[in-house]
Design a protein around this ligand. Structure first.
Ligand code: UGA
Length: 476
């Protein structure tokens, strides 16, 4: 099928490349001229595992091309809208990019089009889209509108697209449903050539869930807000664990063994970030407010999340007393590993608090430093983790990149001024850290000094919080 994807961000690029991979003829547009010319000349504008290879092979196979919005509108029988919906100052989602695309489609397209909202949008955006497409159409456009929310995680978006747990489509016509079924058939039946795995059988077939448009829109906001709630919940419990001397890793493990609770998204840390959870929780609260529903539960979720940075800074103060003049090393800037994305990353608020207190910040991130430089100009960017730790009074682990899980302890010990690690993501194994002579402060567990490294301590803390792993896996 001829498909257009409007917007070449994380979601749009993944959608375009993967739809090409499964056999469709895809045209992807981007309004940012610089980004478009990069894409046209085969340069990736962002880092996302596997995406570059999939883009390259689908382009070579002639099933993916890049160009302008106008060309995209002409091209596709189905048009996926994947433009950004950033937050407005009042928390509402800014829908101006969606509106601009709708007007362009209405003005330019003739014949039938299925217009699909993939960007995360507030409930009832579908009906607005429909209304405005029909109000402004000038070439006899006939169209249906559908909602097809994405559940792609940055860092695993290609895998999530090709092997999803569920595909949700919100439609109000049989024609729209049948087009979406056709688009997703290779994925539902898992009949495509997988660019990631040699054996995909274990992934199984996804559920194709058909709903009305409003319900599909709500599924997205409700899912992201629920996951954010789980994270804030475990962060709240982690605070209590620190006070009463319990181990949040064990608590999460015990909770997660209950299938009704589930073990994912119970990793405590310095809070959720990224371009999805913070804005989606805010937008969901605003939608509820406007509809007269009390969503104060989600306001608490936000409040707990916002408190996470203060909590880390407090831990630093407990250890270092005065932060002015102290050198702090940060490992990780991206909002999570396997991405270069720093939008709404906790590192931004952390750096700003540290600089405000008069500390000096040195940082290393394997992928996000280029993007961080314009947002965080007043810190020192380092070539590797040990250069960042050079002369530091404390090391804070901000993002759980794999390479931070097994540091070269000798190098770290000889770089750092004071052997203090604040592990904001529970990536290290406490017994190992203290055995290596470091004072270790993690999340929801007791702080440990090197002297406390005994066999009893080892038994208590053999489980490092490997994030985004089910708690039962962590416990084994
Ligand atoms: C999230 C959802 O997981 C996707 O399903 C959704 O499609 C996407 O938003 C979106 O709306 O587009 P993403 O933002 O890429 O995906 O990242 P997640 O892996 O969900 O992590 C979000 C944040 O929560 C990160 O800052 C992460 O560090 C934090 N987190 C996650 C925790 O603090 N603890 C956890 O246990 C899990």
């Amino acid at each position: 099928m001829k498909i257009s994807v409007i917007g070449a961000g994380y979601v749009g690029l993944t959608t375009a490349a993967c739809l090409g991979q499964v056999g469709h003829d895809v045209f992807c547009s981007e309004s940012d001229k610089e980004k478009l010319s990069k894409l046209q000349s085969g340069v990736m504008p962002l880092f996302e595992p596997h995406l570059e290879e999939v883009i390259q092979s689908t382009r070579e196979a002639g099933r993916l091309r890049f160009g302008s919005t106008e060309e995209a509108i002409e091209w596709g029988d189905a048009i996926f809208i994947c433009v950004g919906t950033p937050p407005l100052p009042n928390g509402d989602a800014d829908l101006s990019a969606i509106e601009a695309v709708a007007l362009a489609i209405a003005k330019r397209a003739s014949g039938y089009r299925l217009v699909i909202e993939k960007s995360t949008v507030p409930v009832q955006t579908g009906s607005q889209l429909k209304k405005h497409l029909s109000l402004h159409r000038s070439k006899g456009l006939k169209c249906d509108v559908a909602s097809n929310p994405e559940f792609l995680r940055e860092g695993t978006s290609v895998e999530d697209f090709l092997h999803p747990e569920r595909i949700v489509v919100g439609v109000d016509s049989p024609r729209a449903e049948s087009i979406l079924r056709e688009i997703y058939e290779p994925i539902v039946k898992q009949t495509f050539t997988c660019p990631i795995h040699t054996d995909c059988e274990k992934n199984g077939e996804p559920i194709f869930l058909v709903t009305d448009i409003g319900s599909a829109e709500l599924i997205k906001h409700a899912s992201n807000s629920f996951l954010a709630m789980k994270i804030s919940y475990i962060n709240m419990v982690a605070n209590l664990c620190e006070i009463v001397g319990a181990d949040v890793t064990k608590v999460a493990q015990g909770m997660g063994l209950d299938a009704r609770i589930g073990s994912f998204f119970l990793s405590p840390g310095i809070g959720f970030g990224g371009f999805c959870f913070p804005k989606d929780v805010q937008a969901f609260i605003r939608i509820a407010e406007k509809s007269g529903c009390d969503f104060s539960l989600l306001k608490e979720v936000e409040k707990i999340n916002q408190g996470r940075i203060g909590h880390v800074v407090e831990k630093l103060r407990n250890e270092l007393w005065v932060l002015r003049g102290k050198r702090i090393a940060l490992w990780g800037l991206a909002f999570k590993p396997n991405t270069d994305d720093i939008r709404f990353a906790p590192s931004i608020a952390l750096v700003s608090s540290l600089l405000q207190e008069g500390a000096e910040v040195r940082a290393y991130d394997p992928e996000a430093m280029e993007k961080a430089k314009s947002v965080l100009p007043n810190i020192t960017y380092c070539a590797d983790p040990y250069e960042a730790a050079q002369g530091a009074d404390a090391l804070v682990i901000v993002t759980e990149w794999d390479e931070f899980r097994r540091p070269d302890w000798d190098r770290l010990r000889s770089s750092i001024e004071r052997p203090l690690i604040i592990d904001g993501r529970n990536v290290l194994e406490p017994a190992e850290v203290t055995r290596q002579g470091f004072h270790y402060v993690s999340v929801g567990r007791q702080a440990l000094s090197p002297a406390e490294s005994s066999s009893e301590t080892d038994d208590r803390h053999t489980v490092a919080g490997v994030r985004n792993q089910p708690a039962d896996v962590l416990a084994s």
